[in-house]
Design a protein around this ligand. Structure first.
Ligand code: CP
Ligand code: NVA
Length: 323
Protein backbone atom coordinates (compact mmCIF):
# COMPACT_ATOMS: atom_id res chain seq x y z
CA UNK A 1 0.00 0.00 0.00
CA UNK A 2 1.33 3.45 -0.86
CA UNK A 3 0.81 6.62 1.13
CA UNK A 4 -0.85 9.67 -0.34
CA UNK A 5 -0.85 13.28 0.80
CA UNK A 6 -4.04 15.18 1.63
CA UNK A 7 -5.19 17.47 -1.17
CA UNK A 8 -4.89 21.24 -0.75
CA UNK A 9 -7.39 21.98 2.03
CA UNK A 10 -9.37 24.64 0.22
CA UNK A 11 -12.22 24.33 -2.21
CA UNK A 12 -11.78 27.87 -3.50
CA UNK A 13 -10.24 28.25 -6.96
CA UNK A 14 -6.87 29.95 -7.37
CA UNK A 15 -7.19 33.72 -7.23
CA UNK A 16 -10.52 33.58 -5.41
CA UNK A 17 -10.95 36.07 -2.56
CA UNK A 18 -10.29 34.95 1.03
CA UNK A 19 -13.27 33.47 2.86
CA UNK A 20 -15.88 36.09 3.64
CA UNK A 21 -19.16 35.58 5.46
CA UNK A 22 -22.49 37.39 5.14
CA UNK A 23 -23.79 37.38 8.70
CA UNK A 24 -25.35 40.83 8.84
CA UNK A 25 -26.03 43.67 6.41
CA UNK A 26 -23.09 45.73 7.65
CA UNK A 27 -20.66 42.99 6.56
CA UNK A 28 -20.49 44.49 3.05
CA UNK A 29 -19.49 47.99 2.01
CA UNK A 30 -21.65 50.43 0.06
CA UNK A 31 -19.44 49.80 -2.95
CA UNK A 32 -19.93 46.04 -2.65
CA UNK A 33 -23.70 46.53 -2.54
CA UNK A 34 -23.45 48.57 -5.72
CA UNK A 35 -21.72 45.65 -7.42
CA UNK A 36 -24.04 42.98 -5.97
CA UNK A 37 -27.25 44.75 -6.97
CA UNK A 38 -26.00 45.29 -10.54
CA UNK A 39 -24.85 41.71 -10.73
CA UNK A 40 -28.22 40.44 -9.46
CA UNK A 41 -29.94 42.40 -12.25
CA UNK A 42 -27.58 40.81 -14.80
CA UNK A 43 -28.14 37.30 -13.43
CA UNK A 44 -31.91 37.82 -13.30
CA UNK A 45 -31.97 39.02 -16.90
CA UNK A 46 -30.00 35.98 -18.04
CA UNK A 47 -32.34 33.65 -16.19
CA UNK A 48 -35.44 35.34 -17.60
CA UNK A 49 -34.13 34.97 -21.14
CA UNK A 50 -33.23 31.28 -20.70
CA UNK A 51 -29.47 31.89 -20.92
CA UNK A 52 -27.43 29.46 -18.87
CA UNK A 53 -25.28 30.98 -16.11
CA UNK A 54 -23.42 28.20 -14.31
CA UNK A 55 -20.27 29.47 -12.59
CA UNK A 56 -20.74 27.09 -9.62
CA UNK A 57 -20.68 23.69 -11.33
CA UNK A 58 -19.54 21.00 -8.84
CA UNK A 59 -19.99 23.34 -5.87
CA UNK A 60 -22.35 22.43 -3.02
CA UNK A 61 -24.47 24.63 -0.79
CA UNK A 62 -25.37 23.27 2.65
CA UNK A 63 -28.60 24.74 4.00
CA UNK A 64 -29.22 24.35 7.72
CA UNK A 65 -32.68 25.15 8.99
CA UNK A 66 -33.44 25.33 12.70
CA UNK A 67 -36.65 27.24 11.95
CA UNK A 68 -39.34 26.78 9.28
CA UNK A 69 -39.05 28.31 5.80
CA UNK A 70 -40.67 28.41 2.39
CA UNK A 71 -39.02 31.29 0.51
CA UNK A 72 -35.51 30.94 1.89
CA UNK A 73 -35.37 27.24 1.14
CA UNK A 74 -36.84 27.47 -2.36
CA UNK A 75 -34.84 30.53 -3.37
CA UNK A 76 -31.48 29.17 -2.20
CA UNK A 77 -32.12 25.67 -3.49
CA UNK A 78 -33.44 26.67 -6.92
CA UNK A 79 -30.80 29.40 -7.18
CA UNK A 80 -27.89 27.06 -6.46
CA UNK A 81 -29.10 24.51 -9.02
CA UNK A 82 -29.45 27.28 -11.59
CA UNK A 83 -25.84 28.30 -10.92
CA UNK A 84 -24.80 24.74 -11.77
CA UNK A 85 -24.23 23.57 -8.19
CA UNK A 86 -26.12 21.31 -5.84
CA UNK A 87 -27.64 21.50 -2.38
CA UNK A 88 -27.69 19.58 0.89
CA UNK A 89 -30.61 20.32 3.19
CA UNK A 90 -30.30 19.77 6.96
CA UNK A 91 -32.68 20.48 9.80
CA UNK A 92 -32.27 20.25 13.56
CA UNK A 93 -34.56 17.24 13.67
CA UNK A 94 -32.86 15.15 11.02
CA UNK A 95 -29.21 15.86 11.85
CA UNK A 96 -26.92 15.63 14.87
CA UNK A 97 -27.51 19.36 15.44
CA UNK A 98 -30.66 18.36 17.28
CA UNK A 99 -28.71 15.89 19.41
CA UNK A 100 -26.30 18.44 20.87
CA UNK A 101 -23.30 18.00 18.59
CA UNK A 102 -21.33 21.20 19.28
CA UNK A 103 -21.86 23.87 16.63
CA UNK A 104 -18.09 24.20 16.23
CA UNK A 105 -17.75 20.51 15.33
CA UNK A 106 -20.68 20.70 12.93
CA UNK A 107 -19.07 23.71 11.23
CA UNK A 108 -15.72 21.95 10.84
CA UNK A 109 -17.32 18.86 9.29
CA UNK A 110 -19.93 20.51 7.06
CA UNK A 111 -17.46 23.04 5.71
CA UNK A 112 -15.04 20.28 4.67
CA UNK A 113 -17.61 18.71 2.39
CA UNK A 114 -19.48 21.69 1.03
CA UNK A 115 -18.42 25.01 -0.47
CA UNK A 116 -20.85 27.47 1.05
CA UNK A 117 -23.31 27.29 3.94
CA UNK A 118 -26.63 29.02 4.61
CA UNK A 119 -27.98 28.90 8.15
CA UNK A 120 -31.35 29.84 9.62
CA UNK A 121 -31.20 29.70 13.39
CA UNK A 122 -32.07 31.47 16.64
CA UNK A 123 -29.26 33.50 18.20
CA UNK A 124 -26.87 35.45 15.98
CA UNK A 125 -24.09 34.20 18.28
CA UNK A 126 -24.75 30.63 17.11
CA UNK A 127 -24.34 31.69 13.49
CA UNK A 128 -21.15 33.53 14.41
CA UNK A 129 -19.74 30.44 16.17
CA UNK A 130 -20.43 28.38 13.09
CA UNK A 131 -18.77 30.95 10.83
CA UNK A 132 -15.73 31.16 13.08
CA UNK A 133 -15.09 27.45 12.61
CA UNK A 134 -16.10 27.21 8.96
CA UNK A 135 -13.61 26.93 6.11
CA UNK A 136 -16.17 28.22 3.66
CA UNK A 137 -18.45 31.28 3.43
CA UNK A 138 -21.48 31.32 5.71
CA UNK A 139 -24.69 33.21 4.91
CA UNK A 140 -27.32 34.34 7.41
CA UNK A 141 -30.67 32.89 6.28
CA UNK A 142 -32.37 34.59 9.27
CA UNK A 143 -31.57 34.82 12.97
CA UNK A 144 -33.50 36.38 15.84
CA UNK A 145 -31.44 39.52 15.23
CA UNK A 146 -31.07 39.90 11.46
CA UNK A 147 -32.37 38.87 8.01
CA UNK A 148 -29.89 40.44 5.56
CA UNK A 149 -30.78 38.38 2.44
CA UNK A 150 -34.35 39.61 2.70
CA UNK A 151 -33.37 43.27 2.91
CA UNK A 152 -31.02 42.79 -0.03
CA UNK A 153 -33.99 41.50 -2.04
CA UNK A 154 -36.21 44.34 -0.78
CA UNK A 155 -33.73 46.99 -1.85
CA UNK A 156 -33.24 45.33 -5.23
CA UNK A 157 -37.03 45.30 -5.65
CA UNK A 158 -37.32 48.96 -4.73
CA UNK A 159 -34.67 49.91 -7.29
CA UNK A 160 -36.34 47.81 -10.00
CA UNK A 161 -39.61 49.68 -9.48
CA UNK A 162 -38.52 53.17 -8.52
CA UNK A 163 -34.78 53.65 -9.13
CA UNK A 164 -32.09 54.48 -6.55
CA UNK A 165 -33.11 54.20 -2.89
CA UNK A 166 -30.51 56.74 -1.74
CA UNK A 167 -32.21 59.75 -0.20
CA UNK A 168 -35.62 58.05 -0.14
CA UNK A 169 -37.78 57.54 2.96
CA UNK A 170 -38.68 54.06 4.19
CA UNK A 171 -41.31 53.58 6.91
CA UNK A 172 -41.16 50.48 9.10
CA UNK A 173 -44.44 49.79 10.91
CA UNK A 174 -44.59 47.01 13.50
CA UNK A 175 -42.23 44.89 15.53
CA UNK A 176 -38.64 45.96 16.19
CA UNK A 177 -37.51 42.54 15.00
CA UNK A 178 -34.81 40.97 12.80
CA UNK A 179 -36.19 42.72 9.71
CA UNK A 180 -36.35 46.13 11.40
CA UNK A 181 -32.81 45.75 12.77
CA UNK A 182 -31.55 44.93 9.30
CA UNK A 183 -33.37 47.89 7.72
CA UNK A 184 -31.53 50.05 10.24
CA UNK A 185 -28.16 48.76 9.07
CA UNK A 186 -29.18 49.14 5.44
CA UNK A 187 -30.21 52.77 5.93
CA UNK A 188 -26.77 53.57 7.29
CA UNK A 189 -25.06 51.67 4.50
CA UNK A 190 -27.10 52.84 1.53
CA UNK A 191 -28.00 56.37 2.58
CA UNK A 192 -31.78 56.38 2.86
CA UNK A 193 -33.93 57.63 5.73
CA UNK A 194 -35.67 55.10 7.93
CA UNK A 195 -38.68 55.85 10.08
CA UNK A 196 -39.43 53.21 12.66
CA UNK A 197 -42.78 52.95 14.42
CA UNK A 198 -43.15 50.16 16.96
CA UNK A 199 -45.39 49.79 20.00
CA UNK A 200 -43.71 50.68 23.26
CA UNK A 201 -41.69 47.72 24.54
CA UNK A 202 -41.01 46.39 21.02
CA UNK A 203 -38.41 48.91 19.87
CA UNK A 204 -35.50 48.07 17.56
CA UNK A 205 -32.32 46.98 19.25
CA UNK A 206 -30.08 49.97 18.69
CA UNK A 207 -27.02 48.17 19.99
CA UNK A 208 -27.14 45.21 17.61
CA UNK A 209 -28.73 47.15 14.78
CA UNK A 210 -26.68 50.30 14.66
CA UNK A 211 -24.03 50.25 11.97
CA UNK A 212 -20.69 51.85 12.82
CA UNK A 213 -20.75 55.63 12.44
CA UNK A 214 -18.25 55.38 9.58
CA UNK A 215 -20.72 53.46 7.48
CA UNK A 216 -22.40 56.42 5.80
CA UNK A 217 -25.04 59.06 5.85
CA UNK A 218 -28.21 57.04 6.55
CA UNK A 219 -30.40 58.12 9.42
CA UNK A 220 -33.39 56.85 11.32
CA UNK A 221 -36.04 58.28 13.57
CA UNK A 222 -38.56 56.59 15.83
CA UNK A 223 -42.29 57.43 15.82
CA UNK A 224 -44.93 56.43 18.35
CA UNK A 225 -47.66 57.09 15.75
CA UNK A 226 -47.45 54.78 12.69
CA UNK A 227 -49.52 57.24 10.60
CA UNK A 228 -46.91 59.90 11.19
CA UNK A 229 -44.13 57.47 10.18
CA UNK A 230 -45.93 56.75 6.90
CA UNK A 231 -46.64 60.38 5.97
CA UNK A 232 -44.91 61.08 2.63
CA UNK A 233 -42.88 57.84 2.76
CA UNK A 234 -41.61 56.25 -0.47
CA UNK A 235 -41.87 52.73 0.88
CA UNK A 236 -44.03 51.33 3.67
CA UNK A 237 -43.03 47.95 5.02
CA UNK A 238 -44.01 45.64 7.84
CA UNK A 239 -43.71 42.06 9.08
CA UNK A 240 -45.52 39.62 11.37
CA UNK A 241 -46.28 40.71 14.90
CA UNK A 242 -44.88 37.46 16.27
CA UNK A 243 -41.65 36.17 14.80
CA UNK A 244 -40.53 32.55 14.91
CA UNK A 245 -39.33 31.65 18.37
CA UNK A 246 -41.66 34.14 20.11
CA UNK A 247 -44.92 32.19 19.73
CA UNK A 248 -45.56 32.11 23.50
CA UNK A 249 -46.05 35.93 23.33
CA UNK A 250 -48.65 35.73 20.57
CA UNK A 251 -51.71 36.83 22.55
CA UNK A 252 -49.94 39.67 24.37
CA UNK A 253 -48.51 40.88 21.06
CA UNK A 254 -51.88 40.83 19.29
CA UNK A 255 -53.15 43.39 21.80
CA UNK A 256 -49.99 45.49 21.84
CA UNK A 257 -49.80 45.71 18.04
CA UNK A 258 -53.48 46.34 17.26
CA UNK A 259 -52.79 49.92 16.04
CA UNK A 260 -49.81 48.79 13.91
CA UNK A 261 -51.79 47.28 11.03
CA UNK A 262 -50.75 48.80 7.70
CA UNK A 263 -54.09 49.86 6.26
CA UNK A 264 -55.37 51.94 3.37
CA UNK A 265 -55.23 55.10 5.48
CA UNK A 266 -51.52 54.67 6.12
CA UNK A 267 -50.87 54.00 2.44
CA UNK A 268 -52.91 57.09 1.53
CA UNK A 269 -50.73 59.17 3.88
CA UNK A 270 -47.57 57.90 2.14
CA UNK A 271 -46.27 59.40 -1.12
CA UNK A 272 -48.59 58.75 -4.10
CA UNK A 273 -45.89 56.56 -5.67
CA UNK A 274 -45.22 54.66 -2.43
CA UNK A 275 -44.67 50.91 -2.56
CA UNK A 276 -45.72 48.36 0.04
CA UNK A 277 -43.44 45.45 1.02
CA UNK A 278 -43.71 42.49 3.38
CA UNK A 279 -41.11 39.72 3.58
CA UNK A 280 -43.90 37.14 3.98
CA UNK A 281 -45.47 34.99 5.33
CA UNK A 282 -48.22 37.56 6.01
CA UNK A 283 -51.30 37.56 8.22
CA UNK A 284 -54.00 39.56 6.49
CA UNK A 285 -56.06 41.44 9.05
CA UNK A 286 -53.19 41.56 11.55
CA UNK A 287 -50.06 43.47 10.46
CA UNK A 288 -51.53 44.34 7.07
CA UNK A 289 -54.97 44.86 5.60
CA UNK A 290 -55.80 42.49 2.71
CA UNK A 291 -56.59 45.53 0.52
CA UNK A 292 -53.01 46.77 0.98
CA UNK A 293 -51.04 43.57 0.48
CA UNK A 294 -53.26 42.55 -2.44
CA UNK A 295 -53.54 46.12 -3.73
CA UNK A 296 -51.80 48.06 -6.51
CA UNK A 297 -48.97 49.46 -4.39
CA UNK A 298 -47.88 46.05 -3.14
CA UNK A 299 -44.79 44.44 -4.70
CA UNK A 300 -44.61 41.46 -2.35
CA UNK A 301 -44.47 38.81 -5.10
CA UNK A 302 -41.57 40.52 -6.89
CA UNK A 303 -39.93 40.89 -3.50
CA UNK A 304 -40.24 37.14 -2.83
CA UNK A 305 -38.94 36.18 -6.28
CA UNK A 306 -36.02 38.55 -6.02
CA UNK A 307 -34.69 36.60 -3.04
CA UNK A 308 -33.51 34.05 -5.56
CA UNK A 309 -31.84 36.49 -7.93
CA UNK A 310 -29.96 38.46 -5.27
CA UNK A 311 -28.85 35.32 -3.47
CA UNK A 312 -27.46 33.90 -6.71
CA UNK A 313 -25.35 37.06 -7.01
CA UNK A 314 -24.39 36.76 -3.34
CA UNK A 315 -23.25 33.13 -3.61
CA UNK A 316 -21.32 33.84 -6.79
CA UNK A 317 -19.63 36.83 -5.12
CA UNK A 318 -18.71 34.95 -1.94
CA UNK A 319 -17.21 32.06 -3.90
CA UNK A 320 -15.65 33.75 -6.91
CA UNK A 321 -15.40 37.46 -6.13
CA UNK A 322 -16.30 40.13 -8.67
CA UNK A 323 -16.82 38.79 -12.18
N1 CP B 1 -39.27 35.84 3.96
C1 CP B 1 -38.77 34.65 4.32
O1 CP B 1 -37.61 34.52 4.73
O2 CP B 1 -39.64 33.63 4.16
P1 CP B 1 -39.48 32.13 4.66
O3 CP B 1 -39.61 32.14 6.16
O4 CP B 1 -40.60 31.38 4.01
O5 CP B 1 -38.14 31.61 4.25
N1 NVA C 1 -39.60 38.28 11.46
C1 NVA C 1 -40.04 37.02 10.87
C2 NVA C 1 -39.55 36.90 9.49
C3 NVA C 1 -39.97 35.65 8.78
C4 NVA C 1 -39.38 35.54 7.40
C5 NVA C 1 -39.53 35.87 11.74
O1 NVA C 1 -38.38 35.95 12.21
O2 NVA C 1 -40.27 34.93 11.95
Amino acid sequence: MSYFKPAVPSTLPKGAPPVRHYLQFSDFSTEEYGYLLERAAFIKQKFKTFQRHQPLVDRTLAMIFEKASTRTRVSFEAGMYQLGGSVVHLTTGDSQLGRSEPIEDSAKVISRMTDIVMIRTYEQSKLESFAKHSRVPVINGLTNEFHPCQILADIFTYIEHRGPIEGKTVAWVGDGNNMANTWLQAAAQLGFHLRVSTPSGYEVNEVTAAAPASMGAGSYKTYSDPMEACAGADLVTTDVWTSMGYEAENEVRRKAFAAWCVDRKMMAAAAPSALFMHCLPAHRGEEVEAEVIDGPQSVVWDEAENRMHVQKALMEYLLLGKQ
